[in-house]
Design a protein around this ligand. Structure first.
Ligand SMILES: [Zn+2]
Ligand SMILES: [Zn+2]
Length: 142
């Protein structure tokens, strides 16, 4: 199954040939400053992610990331697209940039202790004060 997505203006387009992870909604300060609110992301293996149009894709270091992560955005329209940690074999992808239907669902909210004071996860969805817990239920890929 191939899924595709892209930025607002179309200058960045990508395809994923492989499974995507369930969605995590990250309320950390870095995601919030970058996206304007919680960043809602799925993930793909790097080997499954093909950048089809990427001339305007710019990567910047995430300033305080403990993972030495980089964030990829479209320099033409400003869309926030990708997050990638140094040495990780997968890339987080902004779920809202996927073409529909994505078939995905939100698995959990993370880093809610850093969320804005107006930002509260909905009732009935797992919410974690910091990152996704190592002993939490495994996130599904499909
Ligand atoms: Zn764009
Ligand atoms: Zn975050």
């Amino acid at each position: 199954m191939t899924r595709e997505g892209g930025c607002l203006c179309g200058a960045v387009r990508y395809a994923i040939r492989g499974p995507l992870r369930e969605i995590l909604v990250c309320h950390c300060v870095e995601c919030r400053r970058w996206a304007g609110h919680a960043w809602t992301a799925t993930a793909a293996r790097n080997a499954d992610l093909e950048l089809r149009e990427s001339g305007d894709l710019v990567w910047i270091p995430s300033p305080r990331s403990e993972y030495r992560a980089s964030r990829g955005f479209c320099a033409r329209c400003g869309a926030s697209l990708f997050w990638r940690a140094a040495g990780f074999d997968r890339t987080s992808i902004a779920a809202g940039t996927l073409d529909e239907p994505s078939g995905l669902r939100v698995a959990a909210h993370i880093w809610v202790e850093q969320g804005a004071d107006w930002e509260r996860p909905p009732e009935g969805v797992p919410a974690h004060p910091r990152g996704y817990p190592a002993d939490g239920p495994p996130l599904a890929w499909g």
